[in-house]
Structures are given as structure tokens and as C-alpha cells.
Design a protein around this ligand. Structure first.
Ligand code: NAD
Ligand code: DAU
Length: 332
């Protein structure tokens, strides 16, 4: 039984991780979360109070981080500013949280000799051409496009440097696009599902040819658990489930599954610097750690996600209007 400190545990992936961990192990969990617009208290409802604690605080707060890391056995680091579009409007919180926050955690981990897992993104590798047979691997050169992905790339490099120079015990994972329950409605899939539920037409950036490599959030988290248990320190593991699909096809699938005409969406302004395609080669994770995804069928996982948003309007309704108002300002 371990004491696990989860940063950003009130966000999308972190909250699903905490629910899964507490339901399937005897571990105790402390979440540190600054409860930004993306930290949702309701995402942590129903957790066992004897094994779970939420500390509202900033990962850049060195004394607080030092105390929490000293108390923990393992630190799993999800906290970040995570949305590309926001990083184009105002990069500054991305630099602060993703770089300074990660640095603050690394210093505490170094001082107290604790195991660290850093959750990162495939976007650090830049993008691929649509017809390129290559996929990202752990040796693909870093080439990030947006302030978000550049700040995540910098945070990865900090972790690697702390392993090499200071000998901390840490692993890294770089995952592709997640979908599933409790994802903020600013993100592509929940935005379109909740648009349909609100009678708003879904919004496709540009022509919608951009490809993302979709993975269910539970599969991302099961891979993170495998890496924490069996991964080698200093190693980077890419997480993906062979789920490449372009945005136009995803929007049309959502409309079809929700009983709407498949052309009932709007083309809106494209994202500046929009990455064309992401694709993950997961063979290191599969061959070395024996990981397999549970959600092999994207359409089934998407249907389950649509059902979750239909059944949990109380969860997403409070954030919907403000999110759409923000997009309307930039013609998206
Ligand atoms: P999210 O935006 O839903 O959640 C981020 C959480 O971090 C929120 O609860 C927020 O309140 C918290 N947070 C932000 N700044 C903080 C600070 N300074 N101190 C403490 N907490 C802070 O993000 P997500 O989609 O759950 O992503 C989690 C992690 O996974 C991120 O590191 C992201 O880069 C990575 N990732 C995400 C995806 C994806 O598809 N969403 C894919 C690969 C990797
Ligand atoms: O690849 C992993 C990354 O996936 C994570 O690191 C990020 O945290 C996560 O947000 C996600 O980044 P993307 O920018 O790919 O995700 P987003 O949901 O914002 O957009 C997915 C695609 O859909 C992208 O090509 C832009 C497009 N899009 C997005 C929105 C919000 C639309 O066409 N319409 C929209 O309304």
C-alpha cells in the first residue's frame, strides 16, 4: 500500500486516474490541484474519505509542494495548463504551471528521494504529414508547435535532466488525444457532444483534415499504472491505441450516433499553427511492459462518452456558456 500524490487530480485525466486507483487498489491518494477553470470539484465526488484528500494549492508553491512530496511515496504529475487554443490567447499560465510547476515538483522529489512519473503529450514531437508512414517513437526529435506543446516539451526535458544530473527516479509518458468522461467542454469531442445537446451546431476548424490518434482515458491511465509499476527510470514510453481519425470523420460520427444529419455542422476559423497529424508507435509499451488497451473500438467508446454527457448535464452545464462565449470571440 502506497501514498500517492496526484497533481492536477481534479482535471480530466487526473480525476479518472484517482477514481480508478481508489476503486482497484488499497493505495491512499492526496490530490494537489489549484482548481483553475479546469479543476472540477464534482469530478472527485464519491471517493472514499478515509483514503482520499484534496488539497487546494498550486504546484508552484514550493513550501506546500515540499510538505506534500515529503509525505508521499510516489508523485504522479498530471497538473498542467492543457488547452492549445488557450495557449494561443495567453501563453503565460502555461509557462508558469507547466515549466515552473514541474521544476518545483522536481526539486522536492530530489530533496526527498521520491519516485516521480511525468505525464506528457505526443505534441512535443510536432506533427506528421497525412501520407507519412512514420509514427512518433521515443526517439523522434522534439519539434513543438504551440506555446502549450513547447511548455510541455520543456517540462519533459527538465525531468530528463533531473534524472541524469541528480539521479532522481522518474519515468515519462507521452500520450495521444484522450476522450472519455469528465473532459472539459472546451475540448473537441465534449464540445461537439454538448453542442448537439444544447441545439448548437458542432464546430469544425478549417477543412477538418487534421488527424488525431484517439485513446480512451481509461486506457491512458492503465498504461500510466503499468509504467509506474514496471517502467525503467529515465525512460520515455509513448501511449497510444492505434486510433487515428480525422476531425471531419469524428464530427460526422458524433452526429450520426446522436441521431442528427451528418452534415449539420459549421466550418469555423482554423487554429493558427494547427498541427496536421499525430500518430503513436506504442510498441515499446506493448513489448516491454505487456500493456494492451481495453477500448479497441472507437465508436463504442464514443457512444459510451456521449451517454455519459447525456446523463451528467449537471457536471458540464455550469461551464458551457462561458466556454462558447470565449470561442465566439475568436470566430470559433
Ligand atoms: P485538464 O486541463 O483537464 O486538467 C488539468 C488540471 O491541472 C486541472 O484540474 C487544473 O486545475 C490543474 N492545474 C492547473 N494548473 C495548476 C497548478 N498551477 N497547480 C496545481 N494544479 C493545477 O488536463 P488533462 O486533459 O486532464 O491533462 C492532464 C495531463 O495530461 C496534462 O499534463 C496534459 O499535458 C497531459 N495530456 C493530456 C492529453 C489529453 O488528451 N487531454 C493527452 C496527453 C497528455
Ligand atoms: O495530443 C495530445 C493533446 O491532445 C494533449 O496534449 C492536449 O492537452 C489535448 O487538449 C489535445 O490537444 P488537441 O489540440 O489535439 O485537442 P483539442 O480537443 O483541442 O482538438 C482536437 C482537434 O479538433 C484539433 O485538430 C483541433 C480540432 N477542433 C477542436 C475544437 C475545440 C475542432 O475542429 N473544433 C473544435 O471546436
Amino acid at each position: 500500500m502506497s501514498k500517492i500524490l496526484v497533481t492536477g487530480g481534479a482535471g480530466f485525466i487526473g480525476s479518472n486516474f484517482v477514481h480508478h486507483l481508489l476503486a482497484n487498489s488499497d493505495h491512499t491518494v492526496t490530490v494537489i490541484d489549484a482548481m483553475t477553470y479546469a479543476g472540477i470539484r464534482a469530478s472527485l465526488d464519491g471517493l472514499p474519505s478515509d483514503r482520499f484528500e484534496l488539497v487546494e494549492g498550486d504546484i508552484c508553491d514550493a513550501p506546500l509542494v515540499d510538505k506534500l512530496v515529503a509525505d508521499a511515496d510516489i508523485v504522479v504529475h498530471f497538473a498542467a495548463e492543457s488547452h492549445n487554443d488557450n495557449s494561443l490567447n495567453d501563453p503565460s499560465p502555461f509557462i508558469q504551471t507547466n515549466l515552473v510547476g514541474t521544476f518545483t515538483l522536481l526539486e522536492a522529489v530530489r530533496k526527498h528521494g521520491k519516485r516521480f512519473h511525468h505525464v506528457s503529450t505526443d505534441e512535443v514531437y510536432g506533427d506528421l504529414e497525412l501520407d507519412d508512414p512514420a509514427k512518433f517513437t521515443a526517439t523522434t526529435p522534439y519539434n513543438p508547435s504551440s506555446p502549450y506543446s513547447a511548455s510541455k516539451a520543456g517540462s519533459d526535458l527538465l525531468v530528463r535532466a533531473w534524472v541524469r544530473s541528480f539521479g532522481i527516479t522518474a519515468t515519462l509518458s507521452n500520450c495521444s488525444n484522450n476522450y472519455g468522461p469528465r473532459q472539459h467542454v472546451e475540448k473537441f469531442i465534449p464540445r461537439q457532444i454538448t453542442n448537439v445537446l444544447c441545439g448548437i451546431r458542432p464546430k469544425l476548424y478549417g477543412a477538418g483534415q487534421n488527424v488525431r490518434d484517439w485513446i480512451h482515458v481509461d486506457d491512458h491511465n492503465s498504461a500510466v499504472m503499468e509504467i509506474i509499476e514496471k517502467g525503467r527510470s529515465g525512460e520515455t514510453y509513448l501511449i497510444g491505441a492505434d486510433g487515428e481519425m480525422n476531425n471531419k470523420d469524428v464530427i460526422e460520427m458524433i452526429l450520426r450516433l446522436m441521431g442528427q444529419p451528418t452534415d449539420a455542422y459549421d466550418h469555423v476559423n482554423d487554429r493558427p499553427g494547427h498541427d496536421l497529424r499525430y500518430a503513436i508507435d506504442n510498441s515499446k509499451l506493448v513489448d516491454e511492459l505487456g500493456w494492451q488497451p481495453k477500448y479497441q473500438d472507437f465508436e463504442q467508446g464514443l457512444q459510451a462518452t456521449i451517454d455519459w454527457y447525456k446523463e451528467n448535464e449537471d457536471w458540464w452545464r455550469p461551464m458551457k456558456d462561458a466556454t462558447e462565449a470565449k470561442y465566439a470571440k475568436v470566430g470559433q
